[in-house]
Design a protein around this ligand. Sequence first.
Ligand code: HEM
Length: 495
Amino acid sequence: MLGISTILIALVVCLLILHYLKQLWSHRSYPPGPLELPIIGSIWKLGYKLSPDILIKLAKQYGNIYTLWLGPMPIVVLSGYEAVKEGLINHSEDFADRPVTPFLKVAAKEQGIVFSNGHIWKQQRKFGMVTLRKLGLGKKGMEHQIEEEAHQLVETFARAKGQPFDPSVPIINSVSNVICALAFGHRFSVEDKEFLKLLEAVDRLLKFPTTNSHSLYEISPWLMEHLPGPHRKTLACIDIIYSFVKKEIKKHQENPAVHEPQDFIDFYMFQMTKESKHDPNSTYNEENLTQCIFDLFIAGTETTSLTLRWALLHMANHPDIQEKVHKEIEDVLGSSQSLNYQDRKKLPYTHAVIHEIQRCQYILFFGLPRQSTKNVNMLGFLIPKEVIVVPDLQSVLLDPKQWKTPEAFNPNHFLDKDGRFVEREAFLPFGAGARVCLGEQLAKIELFVFFTTLMRAFTFQPPKGVKQLSTVPEVGTSLVPFPYKLCAVPRCSSS
Ligand code: HEM
């Protein structure tokens, strides 16, 4: 009896080994990568605790195009400027899709802009671009709104009276309110409980994709749907965000804009009415409207606010650079003039510092994945159709072939020998190609107006007794500074 069960066990083990070897053999045509283990694939190589530069380290070991296996799901990573440029720019259409994984199916429903594909994506993206441009025009446009928010932020910081405080919550509130004004036509008070609940839900949702619970959800959604765990809380957060957006849409439906549309919902509702009359394939409907706003919120708040949080931290750590920024602003703008985005042309050093913050302290860990639309041959590798492709933008911004001192904070990366601002090809924090960030222009205005307004008003310093604030990030979907405090010391010449 014992003999038979031993033989049976040995047989099962042999079959499992054979199955595993067959799997390895069938994956041999993919770009190389860490050894795949049964069930978990090669994510073991990422380690239990993600380090912010793990993808760059893996590229050093496996080359600038490599494969990671999330269980049975291949993920091809493009690393460094050459590979990312080849993928996103030279093969723009071949990688124009986003993947539809089990979690994304629930979170984005294949609607809206960020995680839709095909006809829906084309229509919604085009509409989004045109509408953001329209909303940016005119005195009452987006730039004016950003200036207002920046002044409110100065007032909030001033209340700390130069004492140590954590700037992150006020920054997140201000940046979120820019998107609220754009999407809903009004801002929210920081005391508004619903608004705070929304911000908490966004925060939790963005932390989820780098958790083990997320990996398990992607591998076996049917099992996870029956199990308790952090994924359930994340799904509840998605519901919170949807109901917040839906409530705002309902308010617009009850009080439609009679004359000129004022915000994203107004423009969308006009479009819905117009298109429903003559386009049977129109994708303008309430589901897509809800998802578009969800997308603008998710894509446009954390990114910009994180960049500003890192910006202040770096200014506190680099008093010499901060002093040069102060001097340039004072020399050019004086203390009485107001400030707008056009002023960046007169402030090359300040403009270079903002770019260097985005380069040196990039805020996305995995970025937004793409998916191949067909079999693609690039740089000697075959990337099969419908495979997830991750362009590692951080590796481009730190590529030693592109930047003189990639690891050091050095605004000279964006200045010529005469101190004039220079654009750099390898500066790709917003991605590139067909899916390049839709909010790039808005983000650039926000970063310039917020940063310059704050720098005009304050000198940022670490608290007494602290030499340097930590620049080691906490790794999630984004690279977040660990909670820190700094002092915003009012400048006597501030307006
Ligand atoms: C510092 C700020 C920002 C950074 C670093 C950033 C970065 C990115 C990146 C890397 C992508 C993916 C691009 C690709 O696949 O090639 C993206 C996509 C996107 N971003 Fe941004 N973003 C920022 C701000 C914003 C803002 C303010 C908005 C909205 C108002 C926005 C809306 C979007 C949307 C809708 C997409 C999806 C585009 C598509 O799939 O067609 N982003 N962003």
